[in-house]
Design a protein around this ligand. Structure first.
Ligand code: TXA
Ligand code: MG
Length: 315
């Protein structure tokens, strides 16, 4: 039996399998099995009011889960699925309440990763999966990251190597008449607007959550992280790490420096982001200083994660 067949059986029996997607690793359970889904919340320590994304192999498998697809949603689907785009749509009664935190909508996407697609097809189930990390922590982009945070608590980890995109999917809600961006991610707002016109932006880095999952403090390393403080105003007596976009000027104040992309490529920076945060987090530093990246394209998703990771103010 192949690894994926074994994993598919575990899903069918109500177990939990971590699996690779193009964005981050997911912690998967049969989306139609409320007990299996309850275990996902438990293992992650995730509050029940934060609903999960359901992963399907194609739009046909989505059809029984969704009441209706607005025209603009269909346009996005035909261009970006499989891919890092999640749509929030009115759910059918097939979807258990625990998956959606009792909301009338469900978040759904087709991941662009051969192992994920094979797992969904082989199990014959839609798979509910949040990122495979403890709630609020840094999302995993390798199987080893998953092992570090959830190993021992879940039934299996499928290893598909490092994730190519590196930040989570873009979440667009069609709950209201007009589409609303709930989370910037792997498909850029520019690409989406080019296809369907204006999208309202409802991400909320500073205030209280407007929608599930828009918690201010998220994606956070254990080491306190600050965003964009002046490099000349650094406290002198602390072990500091720098998360830099391109190569920074040599600064002896930093014990460790992680460069996201020497050549200033946002795609490369996104792919490196979470692994770099984890490396800095493992070094026993007093503080991590993160530099924001250009706020365009994938840069919006990166800056969103940096802002949330540094929401717990350190100084
Ligand atoms: O790239 C990704 O999206 C990864 C991979 C594994 O697919 N998954 C992921 O899941 O990031 P998670 O649980 O970490 O984030 C799901 C986001 C949360 O912000 C959640 O609140 C939002 O989607 N969400 C889910 N269902 C929703 C709904 N019905 N209405 C509004 N937001 C919803
Ligand atoms: Mg997550």
């Amino acid at each position: 039996m192949s690894e994926i067949q074994k994993a598919a059986e575990i899903i069918q029996e109500g177990g939990l399998v971590a699996f690779p997607t193009e964005t981050v690793y997911g912690l998967g359970a049969d989306a139609l099995n409320p007990i299996a889904v309850a275990r996902v919340f438990e293992v992650k320590n995730r509050p029940q009011f934060d609903p999960l994304i359901v992963h399907v192999a194609d739009i046909r498998q989505a059809e029984i889960l969704i009441l209706k697809f607005p025209e603009k949603a269909l346009k996005l689907i035909s261009k970006f699925w499989p891919g890092p785009l999640t749509l929030v749509l009115p759910k059918s009664q097939m979807v258990p309440d625990i998956v959606t935190s009792s909301l009338p909508t469900v978040a759904i996407r087709v991941p662009n990763h051969p192992m994920a697609l094979e797992l969904i097809r082989e199990s014959g189930r839609p798979i509910a999966a949040p990122s495979a990390n403890s709630f609020g922590g840094v999302s995993p982009t390798t199987a080893e990251h998953v092992r570090q945070s959830l190993g021992g608590k879940i039934d299996m980890i499928l290893d598909g190597g490092p994730c190519s995109v590196g930040v989570e999917s873009t979440v667009i809600s069609f709950e209201d008449k007009e589409p609303v961006l709930l989370r910037p991610g792997g498909i850029t707002v520019e690409e989406i607007q080019a296809l369907i016109g204006t999208v309202l932006v409802q991400t909320n880095p500073a205030g209280k959550p407007l929608a599930p999952g828009q918690m201010e403090n998220h994606y956070a390393p254990r080491t306190p992280m600050v965003l964009d403080i002046s490099l000349t105003a650094l406290p002198g007596n602390k072990k500091m790490g720098l998360l830099s976009f391109q190569k920074p000027p040599a600064n002896p104040a930093f014990t460790a420096v992680e460069v996201l992309s020497e050549k200033g490529d946002l795609k490369e920076a996104a792919a490196n982001l979470f692994a770099a945060m984890r490396r800095l987090d493992s070094m026993g530093l007093d503080m991590i200083v993160a530099q924001p990246v250009p706020h365009e394209g994938l840069g919006r998703a990166i800056n969103d994660r940096l802002a949330k990771a540094s929401a717990k103010k350190a100084i």
